[in-house]
Design a protein around this ligand. Structure first.
Ligand SMILES: *Cc1c(COP(=O)(O)O)cnc(C)c1O
Length: 388
């Protein structure tokens, strides 16, 4: 074997030995509370389609209509000839909704994060990240050339100590809602600390956008923070909005700077215009149908009440992400398989996505679930859980 095949097969063998090997599921249906896999129906508790918009008829209709008008492919990057009316309208709507002067679309959240961080930061700068930040934020920070420091999860005092010793431009980067724990960042405290220490705050709100706050603007709205306190606000469109892509919202200066400099923006084909049109329709639903947010909140409370009664190891989360801590990776997989046998799809999350020894079942709730479906989840968890 040559060096590369040898390395690859050893890495695969090691994953298998450690119970970390991953398999893809092949869905035969759209996203929704019930999905089909290999001809069998399952109750779906692992999607990030928190508001149930991924297969909403109005969103599908907007996609269909725009595909007829604009075709499928965008044809080029935004700076060549790939930027069309639906892209532009979506950017304007997102800016208005988030209360920022401008917004900029990216093809994915991963690319947006790395594009923002590598454009803003230079050698000699400092970037501080919560150690449970999403991989795309950590990767972006590491690749930026800035001095990269992680601080203990949600530990504002630990961050303050690090900020004090930093002499140079400082950026603090944090997830609004942590994707594998479901808990929220102490944004009001972080913002106060950043203004005191002359640092910029970037909030990445993949799991808060559309769900958190009175109007669904997200974690920053829930924390009562305005555009001045959070100069860089980023969120993805593939979660609560149910479509695909991502955006960053901020000042005229920030957005123009990114358009001119962000390599992940410049050197990639724009999202299909129809996806932008679908996102615009989803944003309208998100704004008009606030019942989705309220109902999701009720489902979250219902689940937590039930799980408490069953003595399940809930984590400190009031978001739609309700993980149950298992610990051992093998056990997490076994539980997930057992639940699959009972007709429930819940993914086991293992290292390296989460720290060693903290494997978990990541349960996600959606406004598309019924109360009965949540009750069925609780019933099956009660039956499967060791010692329950
Ligand atoms: C989904 C997600 C991303 C990546 O966004 P994509 O648009 O899927 O690339 C980044 N960060 C967090 C926290 C996410 O949940």
């Amino acid at each position: 074997m040559g060096a590369f095949p040898e390395r690859l097969s050893e890495a695969l063998a090691q994953r298998k030995r450690e119970g970390l090997y991953r398999h893809r599921l092949t869905l035969e249906s759209s996203q929704g509370p019930v999905i089909r896999l290999a001809g069998r129906q399952y109750l779906n508790f692992c999607s990030n389609d928190y508001l149930g918009l991924a297969a909403h008829p109005k969103v599908i209709e907007a996609l269909r209509g725009a595909a007829i008008e604009y075709g499928v492919g965008s044809g080029a990057s935004h700076l060549v000839c790939g930027h069309s009316v639906p892209h532009h309208q979506l950017e304007e709507a997102l800016a208005e909704f988030t209360g920022r002067p401008r917004a900029l679309l990216f093809s994915s959240g991963y690319m947006a994060n790395s594009g923002i961080l590598t454009s803003l930061l230079q050698r000699g700068d400092y970037v501080f990240e919560d150690r449970l930040n999403h991989a795309s934020l950590l990767d972006g920070g590491l690749h930026s050339g800035a001095r990269f420091q992680r601080y203990r999860h949600n530990d504002v005092a630990a961050l303050a100590a690090k900020l004090k010793t930093a002499d140079g431009p400082k950026l603090v980067v944090v997830d609004g809602v942590f994707s594998m724990d479901g808990d929220t960042a102490p944004l009001a405290e972080l913002s106060a600390l950043c203004s005191a220490q002359d640092a910029w705050l970037m909030v990445h709100d993949a799991h808060g956008f559309g769900v958190m706050g009175e109007r669904g603007v997200g974690s920053t709205e829930a924390a009562g923070l305005d555009a001045a306190s959070v100069p860089v606000l980023m969120a993805t469109l593939g979660k609560a909005l149910g479509t695909a892509g991502a955006f960053v919202a901020g000042s005229e200066l920030l957005i123009e700077g990114l358009i001119q400099q962000a390599r992940n923006y410049i050197y990639t084909t724009a999202l299909p215009p129809a996806v932008a049109a679908a996102s615009l329709a989803a944003l309208q639903l998100l704004r008009e149908e606030s019942w989705r947010r309220q109902y999701l909140k009720d489902l979250i409370s219902r689940f937590r009440r039930g799980a408490q009664q069953l003595d399940l190891p809930l984590m400190a989360s009031d978001s739609a992400i309700q993980p149950l801590l298992v610990g051992d990776a093998g056990r997490a997989v076994k539980l997930s398989e057992q639940l699959r046998g009972a007709g429930l799809l819940i993914s086991a999350i293992r290292p390296p996505t989460v720290p060693a020894g903290t494997s978990r079942l990541r349960i996600t709730l959606s406004a598309a679930h019924s109360e009965e479906q949540v009750d069925r989840l609780l019933e099956q968890l009660g039956a499967c859980w060791p010692g329950a």
